[in-house]
Write a protein that binds this ligand. Structure first.
Ligand SMILES: Cc1cc2nc3c(=O)[nH]c(=O)nc-3n(C[C@H](O)[C@H](O)[C@H](O)COP(=O)(O)O)c2cc1C
Length: 205
């Protein structure tokens, strides 16, 4: 099963999503029967991660009792992690927003990145270890003026780090900068000039 996490709210007019659609079409050629689950974060209306979740997050570490209400609230975590963990492959299409990621993706990460659920801690080495099984993950990341490798690129390094933290280490990234071209046609032609890279990535996926 391929899980496509869509982090742009722009639907058909999203550059990252249109390249992801191209990637999927090419991937489909070799995997015609594979199930694809689309998790469009801005359309799914994710529950907010609130105080009750923040307290429940640390309760096992602090050795605190967890009430049945807190356990009910925690279902947003177990459900989201189960959906993610079903995937054999993950595709993430995501625009840069204010040097990092859109809030809906940050909310999703706040839900799924949990101690003893998706990551553990090695106290003797003072580092996190991922608890999810490793699997291929393709990121398709768009941005306007911020180039890959810029010191203010808090999108790609952050996304790599957070997914590695939960155990997904086989990460490939197609970074598409300079998407803000004047004129709809020129913009579309520019995005399409990355189709070849999307195809290559899909065939290697
Ligand atoms: C709220 C918002 C913030 C943005 N911040 C940045 C930014 O910090 N750096 C950048 O290079 N582009 C930024 N952009 C431009 C988008 O990353 C760019 O238009 C991208 O191609 C959009 O991808 P999409 O069409 O898949 O949503 C921003 C766009 C929006 C809507």
């Amino acid at each position: 099963m391929l899980l496509h996490i869509v982090a742009s709210p722009k639907g058909e007019r999203s550059a990252s999503r249109s390249l992801a659609d191209r990637f999927i079409a090419t991937w489909r050629e070799q995997n015609p029967d594979e199930e694809i689950d689309t998790l469009a974060l801005f359309e799914e209306d994710l529950p907010r991660f609130e105080a009750e979740h923040a307290f429940r997050k640390f309760a096992p570490i602090f050795g605190e009792e967890v009430s049945s209400e807190a356990e009910d609230a925690w279902r947003i975590v177990t459900d989201a992690v189960a959906r993610l963990d079903r995937a054999d492959r993950i595709l993430l299409s995501c625009p840069m927003w204010n040097y990092s990621i859109p809030w809906a993706l940050k909310l999703y990460l706040d839900i799924i990145v949990q101690p003893r659920v998706t990551f553990g801690y090695k106290a003797d080495e003072m580092r996190h270890v991922g608890l999810l099984r490793n699997r291929p993950m393709q990121m398709i990341l768009t941005r306007s003026s911020t180039m890959a490798g810029d010191y203010v690129d808090f999108q790609l390094p952050y996304l790599k780090h957070i997914f590695e933290t939960i155990g997904i280490r086989d990460i490939r990234a197609l970074v598409v900068p300079a998407t803000t071209q004047p004129g709809a046609e020129a913009r579309e032609a520019y995005v399409r000039s990355f189709d070849i890279q999307a195809d290559d990535a899909a065939r290697a996926f």
